[in-house]
Design a protein around this ligand. Structure first.
Ligand code: GRF
Length: 223
């Protein structure tokens, strides 16, 4: 079986990269990581990648005059590694036209909310403040608009009455670690793809095994 070659872009802790690396250890998993690329040196995620014996590159954005030059360097490293899919995993840079022009339809991201709710940062605080009963995470294709590309897979996490941003983020992160390998499998097995145009083609996504709704008790149940 030929495996889908994946580059993972990180900027920090790298726990989602770690979950993908663990999934790839299963001989039946249809993808392999050919590159872990960080825009920051000395981050925890790079240590984790080393523990998994993964190829590492640091392409430090501060060493480049502008976003375009930085993204050219990233594209060159990913091409050299033979990457076919780009997984952003806590990559804290906005992706511009240089990268998306070459890789659009082949870049995915994991976001800690049920998109289209709570795009951007501080998603857990904002979910608690909004009083939603369920929160979660999303893997989506990356388009020029932030956190707005077509959704590939989502998983739901309940809010508990005493949740703060930290307890909620821990519960969501645990779910992210299940969702991202699931989404990469869907792409590798060609269950989902995106041409890069606005319309999603051949979207045959199954999410039954990751969609976890909280148990909702009715008055009848409690009687
Ligand atoms: C995750 O919550 C991810 O959804 C968001 O950034 C965080 C990265 O965590 N985009 P890690 O670096 O994968 O541990």
């Amino acid at each position: 079986m030929s495996k889908l070659k994946v580059a993972v872009l990180i900027s920090g802790r790298g726990s989602n990269m770690g979950s993908l690396a663990r999934a790839c250890m299963d001989p039946d998993f249809p993808a392999e990581i050919v590159l872990v690329l960080s825009n920051r040196p000395n981050v925890l995620g790079l240590e984790l990648a080393r523990e998994h014996d993964l190829p590492i590159r640091v392409v430090d954005h501060t060493a480049y005059p502008d976003r375009e030059a930085h993204e050219e360097a990233i594209c060159a490293a990913m091409t050299e590694a033979g990457a076919e899919l780009v997984c952003m995993a806590g990559y804290m840079r906005i992706v511009g036209q240089t990268l998306l022009g070459k890789w659009r339809g082949k870049v995915v991201n994991i976001h800690p909310s049920l998109l289209p709710s709570f795009r951007g940062v501080d998603t857990h605080e904002r979910a608690i403040d909004a009083g939603v009963r369920v929160h979660g995470c999303t893997v989506h294709y990356v388009s020029p608009e932030l956190d707005a590309g077509p959704i590939i897979a989502q998983a739901v996490v309940p809010l508990h009455p005493n949740d703060d941003a930290e307890t909620l983020s821990t519960r969501v992160l645990d779910m992210e670690h299940k969702l991202y390998p699931h989404a990469v499998r869907l792409i590798a097995e060609k269950m989902v793809r995106w041409s890069g145009d606005e319309a999603v083609e051949d979207r045959k996504v199954t999410i039954d095994d990751v969609l976890m709704l909280p148990e909702i008790k009715t008055a009848e149940d409690q009687a």
